[in-house]
Write a protein that binds this ligand. Structure first.
Ligand SMILES: NC(=O)c1ccc[n+]([C@@H]2O[C@H](COP(=O)([O-])OP(=O)(O)OC[C@H]3O[C@@H](n4cnc5c(N)ncnc54)[C@H](OP(=O)(O)O)[C@@H]3O)[C@@H](O)[C@H]2O)c1
Length: 254
């Protein structure tokens, strides 16, 4: 059933750690040339070196996708240097939790700027290329995979603005899916539960303590588990579109 991705090009945002790095690696292993975008160039270089040793083609893009120009440049350079764009994985994100009362507004701004605007800038720049790829590639299908969260399905006290951004990603993804699916651009939403990555580490110490309590004893997923899901989605045959995947650790109840 699985189609390999030879001859295709994927751009993964937030590829310097966690889910993005694991996804870029797995897509490369499936034969895709990968463009990896994030702000920490040293991390991207290390990832690229490992993948190139295995024979993959990798383009490193130091890019802050909250900047409209840089997001567009990441897409444009992917197409200019790797020749096309078949797959966009909109993964870069930040999660800053805690009560809304007295929350630092800067944290809210960071989440909206990255989780919503960054994703939109990349999607906007990529869409013409994805539509073209769906027309002229041997597979005649292209993919945009947007990484949301369980937080995009369930709102909780202490998570309001993260919930807002991820619910927004879900709404945009479904509307866009309806718009472009007839032209064989598949828009998919992946909603992970707790994954062991750097994501939580950006929170204030008091918030981290609450998070530890919530997930005490839960065996978290690994970034590779979500990379596996993304790879499943983009390797489906042309007539199959996986619209949405909600993936929790087995021990995570809510
Ligand atoms: N871990 C979880 O439990 C979990 C659960 C549900 C959903 N998610 C979602 O999964 C996605 C990936 O998160 P992760 O868990 O893999 O966390 P992570 O390890 O912290 O990865 C986040 C990535 O985003 C990049 N990034 C941050 N700001 C950026 C910017 N302005 N421009 C470009 N890239 C930027 C980071 O790289 P630089 O710092 O180098 O830029 C990093 O590569 C996020 O959208 C997150 O909301 C994670």
């Amino acid at each position: 059933m699985t189609e390999r991705l030879d001859g295709t090009v994927a751009l993964v945002t937030g590829a310097s750690s966690g889910i993005g790095a694991a996804t870029a690696a797995l897509l490369a292993r499936q034969g895709a040339a990968v463009a990896v975008a994030a702000r920490r160039r040293d991390r991207l270089d290390a990832l690229a070196a490992g993948l190139r040793e295995d024979g993959s083609t990798v383009l490193v893009l130091r890019s802050d996708v909250t900047d409209e120009e840089q997001a567009k440049e990441a897409v444009d350079r992917t197409v200019a240097e790797l020749g096309r764009l078949d797959t966009l994985v909109n993964n870069a994100g930040v999660m800053l939790l805690g009560p809304a009362v007295d929350a630092p507004l800067s944290e809210w701004r960071r989440m909206v700027e990255l989780n919503v605007l960054g994703l939109l800038y990349c999607a906007h720049a990529a869409l013409p290329h994805l539509l073209a790829a769906a027309e002229d590639s041997p597979r005649r299908v292209a993919d945009m995979v947007n990484i949301s969260s369980v937080a995009g399905r369930v709102a909780r006290s202490g998570s309001g603005v993260y919930n807002l951004t991820k619910h927004g990603v879900g709404a945009f993804s479904e509307a866009l899916r309806q718009e472009v699916t007839g032209r064989h651009v598949r828009v998919s939403l992946v909603e992970p539960g707790a994954v062991a990555t750097e994501l939580a580490g950006h929170n204030r110490p008091e918030v981290l303590e609450t998070m530890r309590t919530r997930f005490a004893g839960v065996e978290r997923m690994q970034a590779e588990d979500i990379a596996d899901a993304v790879t499943y989605i983009v390797t489906r045959p042309r007539h199959v579109a996986v619209n949405e995947l909600l993936i929790r650790p087995t021990e995570q109840e809510g």
